[in-house]
Design a binder for this molecule. Structure first.
Ligand code: DUC
Ligand code: ZN
Ligand code: ZN
Length: 484
């Protein structure tokens, strides 16, 4: 009989398809068997009374990312992956940003230098395409997709990052040809700039006005436009960080037409509101993210999108800037307008507890949906399933033991990132991770970091089945065939 390296014994395994009273036998970092009475092991981990979940996968995080002159992101790959592990994550997918005027290979070299040897959990990069030159579109992008960087993000807003519609089409065409999945940040840049200038002209510069400068139609219009561009070429896309029902319904309508349009939502759109910023004065900067938090109706719509399966993934969009820091949320003198507050909030460690507590414990979603939204669907969407995202023989032994009854009050003191606040300060949650294991190695146990910095590996990925065109073309124009 096989002797396992580790036996996780006595717990209840939850996957996207159901819950079972089973043990997990692990050998060589992989799951070797699932069942009861599996046999002997060198080490046994007692999971009695706990849920045994596939490790959380957060497919939308920002680490060590340049964020504008004088601004420094709070987390590097070490602190960001440490916080991720404490939050029950075994894999995070950070962005690797192409700087305008530079190539994709240069960006990859730079980000690998920041990440390699520093991570506690596994990582896999998405590229951000900010400068789709002829050589990027014709040579570099196809080559890096072939190497295993099989997803990239495009922005419809932000100076230095945004693409116009023509550029979006060029990038989408390459995604179609190469089999990559495109993530889209959908906000109308002209509308944001117009509203920002008008607000500033009348002195409405407090941080709260960030939410006023990016109202729902800004996001809804860009979502509709991105979907239309994708439909022209029959290219699947993922609309990231969807904050409200109107944008979500654009996605739902496209899905009903048979298009592969995917959606992502995030904790901030379930538990934060624009009105929270209004009451906060300077500290409103702590909740400045884009798209901004909305209202109760939008929160309900995001829950509805999770319940109906309009969304495929639930990610943190962890994008941390320190609050009490001129290199973070506090602008230096002379830059008092909301427009200078860096966009983004931390959340990699609190994503699972928030969705479990607000979703499963409050009866809004099932445990199976929780697993799908926090782990399995990320692996499926981005070409890592079944290596990641499930508990089955042959998969990596990425496992989280979850205490479904543990009550915690989220406060920054108990978290492990390098930020100086959490946007969820004071939120009471039920359900907390008690052990995180990556490829058979325990990284966090009972609130202690026991993993090794550098154990986390960068993963190359397959072309995701999610990115296969549907074969439904709305025009007589036939885009270039796939050449994968
Ligand atoms: N977009 C993101 O994806 N993250 C943070 C800020 C932003 O605008
Ligand atoms: Zn974005
Ligand atoms: Zn983001």
């Amino acid at each position: 009989m096989t002797e396992f390296d580790i036996l996780v014994q006595g717990g209840r395994i939850a996957t996207e398809t159901g819950v079972s009273e089973s043990d997990v036998g692990i050998k060589g970092g992989k799951i070797a068997a699932v069942g009861r009475e599996l046999g002997a092991a060198k080490e046994t981990i007692d999971a009695t009374g706990l849920l045994v979940l596939p490790g959380g996968i957060d497919s939308h995080v920002h680490l060590a990312q340049p964020s504008g002159p004088g601004i420094v992101m709070a987390d590097d790959f070490e602190s960001g992956t440490r916080a991720a592990a404490f939050g029950g994550n075994t894999l995070v997918m950070p962005f690797c940003i192409q700087e305008k005027g530079k190539g994709l290979r240069a960006a990859l070299t730079e980000y690998h230098a920041k990440a390699d040897g520093k991570c506690y959990v596994d990582t896999s990069f998405h590229l951000v395409i900010s400068d789709p030159t002829a050589s990027v579109l014709g040579q570099e992008l196809p080559a890096v997709v072939a190497d295993g960087y099989t997803s990239f993000k495009v922005f419809m807003t932000y100076e230095g990052l945004k693409l116009n519609d023509r550029e979006m089409l060029e990038v989408l065409a390459v995604a179609r040809e190469t089999g990559a999945l495109v993530m889209v940040h959908a906000e109308n840049d002209d509308a944001i700039r117009f509203l920002t200038e008008r607000l500033e002209r009348v002195g409405h510069t407090a941080a709260y006005n960030h939410t006023v400068s990016r109202p729902i139609p800004v996001e809804r219009e860009a979502t509709h436009r991105a979907i239309s561009l994708a439909e022209l070429l029959d290219v699947p896309i993922m609309i990231v960080h969807v904050s409200n029902g109107q944008a979500m319904e654009e996605i739902a309508r496209a899905q009903a037409r048979g298009l592969k349009i995917y959606g992502e939502t995030c904790p901030q759109y379930l538990v934060l509101k624009a009105s929270d910023l209004r009451g906060m004065d300077l500290e409103a900067a702590k909740l400045v993210c884009s798209p901004p938090p909305r209202d109760a109706e939008s929160q309900a719509a995001c829950w509805d999108g999770l319940q109906r399966g309009v969304f495929s993934v639930f990610s943190s969009d962890h994008c941390p800037f320190r609050y009490d820091d001129e290199r973070g949320k506090r602008a230096p003198r002379g830059q008092e307008s909301f427009r200078y507050v860096p966009n983004g909030i931390p959340g990699v460690e609190t994503r699972l507890p928030i969705l479990f507590s607000e979703g499963v414990a409050k009866g809004r979603i099932s445990l199976e949906q929780f697993v799908a939204y926090t782990s399995t669907n990320h692996a499926r969407m981005y070409g890592l399933y079944p290596q990641k995202g499930t508990i089955a023989p042959g998969s990596d032994a990425d496992i989280v033991l979850w205490n479904a009854n543990r009550r915690m009050r989220i406060t920054h003191e108990i978290l492990h990132d390098a930020c100086d606040y959490t946007p969820y300060e004071g939120l009471e949650v039920t359900g907390w991770p008690v052990l995180t294991m990556v490829r058979g190695c325990v990284v966090v146990r009972d609130g202690e970091l026991v993993g090794e910095r550098g154990f986390g590996r960068h993963l190359m990925r397959d072309r995701p089945p999610s990115a296969e065109p549907t074969g439904k073309l709305v025009t007589e124009f036939d885009p270039a065939p796939r050449r994968v």
